[in-house]
Design a protein around this ligand. Structure first.
Ligand code: NAI
Ligand code: 15L
Length: 268
């Protein structure tokens, strides 16, 4: 597949704003969707994921969808239910009804957040590690992955679920040195996920090729993704400021970092 027109949901958000700028260089024409208005694009759709009719109209005629919209941190269950669980269902239903062939779903490391992080010579975490959500938020991402599997098995609608680490211009914590996805690598990975052949439903981790990587990137590479960045250039300064991860600190023990705490600690 060579998707040209791509619906970008969550386009007003942090990653969405980055991808608005980066994905067109790969030849994709973006249609933007967010509940928050987007200045400067008269064709942007301003609608909530609860609005089935608006979603149906937004997906009509697109080749693929990059689904970033939703609550991106822990929140009360009812809010997660509405935006991330019901909202993602509405999007998949609209895509099925309109015959959209491919969705790239922004899953998260928090779907497997309670997985102990590798230490020393421990092997990298594989993509088929049992899911261990660390929050209602992570649970909604596990739901999204299962929804994607159902729509592939039952309806032939393909998805690449990208368990994004931390997509920020720079890593801002020692944990992020292991899971950072540079914006440039994010765009390269989303492009690979949009264009790889025969993905069915594929789950991959989303990060740069970090020296301190915690997980196995081979699934992402198999899509044609060639990461070009490594967080190591930020390591010395961050470790000098924050210290190495503390084996005694529960917020440093698992992939999900501080999200495993109850309530999740913020900031960390
Ligand atoms: P963000 O919170 O900056 O952006 C999310 C966007 O979704 C916002 O613009 C918001 O207005 C929109 N949105 C929320 N609820 C909506 C609804 N009901 N209807 C329509 N739009 C709605 O989040 P960010 O950081 O840009 O993340 C994008 C996606 O990637 C999210 O799904 C997040 O869970 C996921 N992700 C992000 C990571 C990161 O490091 N930034 C890491 C792992 C996953
Ligand atoms: C996420 O899933 C969040 O959306 C993002 O804001 C970061 O907190 C990231 O995970 C992380 O784990 O650093």
């Amino acid at each position: 597949p060579d998707p040209r027109t791509v619906l970008l949901t969550g386009a007003a958000g942090r990653v969405g704003t980055l991808m608005q700028n980066l994905l067109p260089a790969f030849g994709h024409e973006l249609r933007l969707f967010d509940v928050r208005p987007i200045d400067g694009d008269p064709d942007a759709v301003t609608a909530d994921l609860a609005d089935k009719a608006a979603i149906r109209e937004a997906v009509r005629g697109v080749d693929a969808i990059v689904h970033l919209a939703g609550i991106s941190l822990e929140a009360p269950f009812e809010k997660i239910l509405r935006a991330n669980i019901e909202g993602t269902y509405h999007l998949y239903e609209a895509a099925r009804e309109e015959g959209v062939g491919r969705i790239v779903f922004a899953s998260s490391n928090h779907a497997v957040g309670f997985t102990p992080r590798p230490r020393g010579d421990d092997p990298l975490i594989p993509v088929d590690t049992p899911r261990r959500p660390d929050t209602f938020y992570g649970l909604s991402k596990a739901f999204g992955e299962d929804l994607a599997q159902l729509y592939w098995d039952k309806h032939g609608l393909e998805t690449v679920s990208v368990r994004i680490g931390s997509c920020f211009p720079q890593p801002t914590s020692v944990r992020m040195l292991s899971i950072w996805m540079s914006p440039g690598d994010g765009a390269r990975l989303f492009h690979a996920a949009l264009t790889a052949e025969n993905v069915g439903h594929t789950v991959v981790y989303g990060s740069s090729a970090n020296t301190r990587l915690w997980w196995d990137l081979s699934g992402a590479r198999a899509l044609g993704y060639e990461p070009q960045d490594d967080s190591e250039e930020f390591a010395e300064k961050l470790i000098a400021e924050r210290g190495e991860l503390d084996p005694e600190n529960p917020a440093h023990a698992c992939l999900g970092g501080h999200f495993v705490s109850d309530p999740p600690m913020w900031p960390y």
